[in-house]
Unconditional design. Structure first.
Length: 326
């Protein structure tokens, strides 16, 4: 689930508190090209109001029309498909031949949406099991970071909450921008800085601050392929400690701020420790894409753009960012 869908749940809960009837739609399957991924959500209010999206707008329009005319699900969830034929694909704004499957569930107290929203607001990962025969949902803690969505004849099972993590070394100004933007991209954000002069002024709601030493923090996190680690202190005693552990881990992205000259010296230092040349070569430094970034928020954009490229396998975007090395 990304933050777009979390906003859908927030709006849904608000509508429910105001006394509206609401149907929640979840994308469960796609064929061909689809505008939103599996797991995307849309909420439809009884008067046709829409929150979220599952297409370019035409499917939302159809759902809105059904709500206003009373031709929408009542009582228990139902499974619907759009765009089965080329004609329907054109009608609903899907690419020719594309098909979208949705589970539409009338939201009630036993749907557990408010409880789900409370867990997600705390940054927890939750597995939700929806009984299609009754509409009753059961929540349980997600055991790993793998995203799960499966639909059977009797049950919809979906994982909610952030599946990606970002560890930022340093609690300076640039880290604040990076943390805020990463939260918007649905990362669980942990900021590590043992320096009291920096942690006293740290204020980014939703980002967890720890004051342990960077190498201990990385070790405790046990970085997996859903973890990114970015060192931003400009202090080799802190940044290099984190990098020594990060580059040996499974983290999908490891980066450090600093000029090209300083990065060359850093690589020389890292090789002198117990890192192999291949491990050192994993370091993105200067960190971020080369987009001419100069200000802290611009550099944060460059870093997150590079992380996004790495997440989706666009490795040809292996550029260095001179602005990030300032």
């Amino acid at each position: 689930m990304d933050n777009v869908d979390l906003d859908v749940l927030r709006r849904l809960a608000q509508w429910r508190r105001e006394g509206h009837e609401v149907v929640l739609g979840t994308v469960t399957r796609t064929w061909g090209s689809a505008p939103r991924p599996i797991g995307a959500m849309v909420a439809v209010r009884g008067d046709g109001s829409i929150a979220g999206s599952v297409s370019g707008g035409c499917i939302e329009d159809d759902l809105s029309d059904k709500a206003r005319t009373g031709a929408w699900p009542t009582g228990v969830p139902s499974v619907v498909r759009y765009g089965v034929s080329a004609e329907e694909a054109t009608r609903f704004g899907l690419p020719c031949g594309g098909t979208l499957e949705l589970v539409l569930e009338p939201v009630a107290d036993h749907s557990g949406v408010e409880e789900l929203l409370a867990e997600l607001t705390q940054g927890h990962r939750v597995l939700r099991r929806l009984d299609l025969a009754t509409g009753r949902a059961v929540l349980e803690a997600a055991r790993d970071r793998a995203d799960t969505l499966s639909l059977t004849d009797s049950e919809l099972v979906a994982t909610h909450g952030p599946s990606w993590r970002l560890l930022i070394i340093g609690a300076g100004q640039m880290s604040q921008y990076l943390a805020q933007m990463a939260l918007a991209l649905d990362y669980e954000v942990i900021v590590c800085d043992p320096r009291e002069e920096y942690t006293q002024g740290w204020e980014v709601p939703g980002a967890r601050l720890v004051t342990t030493m960077p190498d201990d923090t990385v070790t405790e996190m046990r970085p997996d392929r859903h973890t990114a680690i970015v060192a931003l202190t400009h202090d080799p005693k802190l940044d290099d400690l984190a990098l020594l552990e990060a580059l040996k881990s499974q983290a999908f992205y490891v980066g450090a701020i600093g000029s090209r000259a300083n990065q060359a010296k850093r690589r020389e230092r890292l090789v002198e420790f117990d890192l192999t040349p291949d491990e050192v070569a994993r370091l993105h430094g200067p960190v971020g894409l080369r987009i001419g970034a100069r200000t802290p928020p611009e550099i944060a954009v460059a870093i997150l753009a590079h992380m996004t490229a790495e997440r989706y396998g666009f490795h040809k975007l292996e550029f260095e960012a001179p602005g990030a090395g300032a």
